[in-house]
Design a protein around this ligand. Structure first.
Ligand code: PLP
Length: 223
């Protein structure tokens, strides 16, 4: 299948209200452009530098999401390029990003990344601290909390990720019920190529897909 066919197939599968983020992972701009032409509306970038390159080529016809860990020293460029940062996981980082957004008079929609399986090597805030981080970030100008994002653990059987996604949805619903001023819990970003169907079942409305769109094996094996 081509990138175009992959995107069309994915989009046709998505229930109403679920949006696709194409995780481009350093793919060449012409491949990204093909995905956009096929209907991708949101580009997910893991690195600010890569995003700067792609943004200059692809431009503003699409929406740009930061889905990788954001380093403080990249906050300035991130503030300029991105339409959403999905990976805020500390108040310190939030303050730096808010400062950079203030300088360019921009309000950045953000998601709080939750380390749902409490893995040492993963970024994201611990689940029990998510409420606290949301309410602290809500006090900052120039950032707008719009929901949660989680990556989830690597599991042997895809189905095993289900309870983690369910847990993320529970935290999402609980924070939503707190009705924190300035917080609008609109997005739950979870699910990747292997897990997006389960994620949607568990309440995701943003899914982040790379492999199923861009992987060479996928594209060539099915000819
Ligand atoms: C790479 C990546 C994805 C997409 O993963 P695939 O398995 O290739 O679909 C989603 N989210 C994040 C944060 C990623 O880094």
């Amino acid at each position: 299948m081509s990138i175009t066919e992959n995107v069309k197939q994915l989009l046709s599968e998505l229930p109403p209200g679920v949006e696709l983020v194409a995780a481009v992972k350093g793919r060449p701009p012409q491949e990204i452009a093909e995905a956009v032409a096929a209907g991708v509306k949101i580009i997910g970038e893991n690195h600010v530098q890569q995003a700067e390159r792609d943004y200059d080529i692809i431009g503003k016809n699409v929406t740009w999401h930061m889905i990788g860990h954001l380093q403080k020293n990249k906050a300035k460029a991130a503030a300029r390029i991105f339409d959403m940062v999905e990976t805020l996981d500390s108040l310190e980082l939030a303050k730096v990003l808010a400062g950079e957004c203030y300088r360019i008079n921009k309000t950045m929609p953000i998601l709080i990344e939750v380390n749902i399986a409490r893995e040492d090597q993963k970024s994201g805030i611990m689940p029990e601290k998510a409420d606290w981080l949301v309410s602290e970030i809500a006090k900052l100008p120039n950032l707008k909390v719009k929901g949660l994002m989680t990556v989830g653990p690597n599991v042997e059987n895809t189905e095993d990720i289900k309870p983690y996604f369910a847990q993320a949805k529970k935290i999402f619903d609980r924070i939503n019920s707190l009705i924190i001023p300035g917080v609008e819990m609109a997005y739950l970003s979870m699910g990747m190529s292997g897990s997006y169907r389960i994620a949607i079942e568990e309440g995701a409305n943003l899914i982040r897909i790379g492999t199923n769109i861009f992987a060479e094996e996928d594209r060539h094996s099915q000819h």
